[in-house]
Design a protein around this ligand. Structure first.
Ligand code: HMG
Ligand code: MG
Length: 287
């Protein structure tokens, strides 16, 4: 029997948030519904952040209201603070994500506060989520390198991971936000993180700027991780991480995992349709 690994689909959020031209709510909904048809069990579809900071995500509540919810699929939303949490609850997100950084420069650029201030905010959100019985996922950005501060010390990543887990995050996703991580750097980072966290509570989130995301996935698999974030069609980037490319493409990730002997449960034909849809939404001319 093949071992299992999961692709956590973040395309409708991480993939689209950076698009300059406003994509219609209807197209976003169609993409999410196609992705649930492809077999993803967790899909990040919304982000309750300031619309001044990320205009593309301003219709998050409408997207959550319009999708055809499939049994067994968890539809996730980013929530930077209590206001975001309240928006996500009102829109009936199944789970939320709090998103911090291992580097001060990115924390300031992305959410306008220090790491310590962000953790204090996240603690309130996590506590409210526990009260409402809503699972919380955590993110740590810049786990190997920061566009503002340079290389990130593995110990800084481990510190933030430990705090997010202590707040009750059921899983923490480790973000190579600018996609410059080498397999060696990812391995050193994981050595430090695995001292404070079990691999079952970690996910890999690799942007593919340097084309090494799949190698980094292999390193993380060897370290015991079994969940990897991907964006259909390789869409994306982060508006506050200049030069960051999209997440590793979910379809390439699924093929890579299959080649290494891991079953993802995804329907590759439907996934290819979703990838074509995502490229059309972005206006790519070759599809
Ligand atoms: P701030 O300016 O420090 O906050 O922003 P504020 O509390 O002073 O509020 C400023 C304005 O935002 C006010 O409106 C608030 O009402 C409004 P104004 O009075 O100016 O009209 N506001 C909100 N509006 C809607 N929803 C909210 C909300 N909160 C405040 N929840 C804040 C702080 C966090 C809001 C801002 O910095 C922000 O929205 N940042 C979002 C950045 C973002 O979304 N980045 C991309 C996602 S992270 C990522 O991509 C990395 C990841 O993929 C992992 C990886 O790759 O590493 C997860
Ligand atoms: Mg990301």
């Amino acid at each position: 029997m093949m071992d299992r690994a999961e692709v956590f689909e973040v395309g409708p959020r991480d993939g689209l948030q950076n698009e300059k031209a406003q994509i219609s709510t209807r197209d976003k909904i169609a993409l999410v519904d196609c992705l649930s048809g492809a077999g993803f069990k967790r899909i990040e579809v919304a982000s309750f952040v300031s619309p001044k900071w990320v205009p593309q995500m301003a219709d998050s509540a409408e997207v959550l209201a319009g999708i055809a919810r499939r049994d067994g699929v968890s539809y996730a939303a980013l929530t930077p603070n209590m206001r975001g949490f309240e928006g996500a609850v009102a829109a009936k997100a199944d789970e939320i994500a709090i998103f911090g950084s291992a580097s001060e420069g990115f924390s300031q650029a992305n959410i306008n506060c220090s790491i310590a201030e962000s953790l204090a905010r996240f603690a309130s959100v996590a506590e409210a989520a526990r009260g409402a019985n809503i699972p919380v996922r955590g993110y740590v950005s810049c786990v190997v390198e920061c566009p503002y501060d340079g290389a990130t010390a593995p110990a800084s990543v481990a510190r933030v991971v430990a705090q997010l887990l202590a707040m009750g995050c059921y899983e923490v996703s480790l973000g190579d936000t600018i996609g410059r991580g080498t397999p060696e750097a990812v391995d050193s980072m994981l050595s430090a993180v695995l001292e404070v966290a079990d691999a079952r509570h970690l996910a890999g989130h690799f942007h593919d700027t340097s084309g090494r995301a799949l190698e980094n996935v292999t390193v993380a698999l060897e370290r015991g991780l079994r969940v990897f974030d991907g964006a259909v069609g390789g869409l994306g980037g982060c508006p506050y991480a200049p030069g960051a490319a999209g997440n590793v493409a979910s379809e390439a990730l699924a093929r890579h995992l299959a080649a290494l002997g891991y079953e993802t449960g995804l329907n590759m034909d439907v996934l290819a349709e979703a990838a074509a849809m995502a490229h059309r939404m972005r206006g790519d001319s070759h599809v």
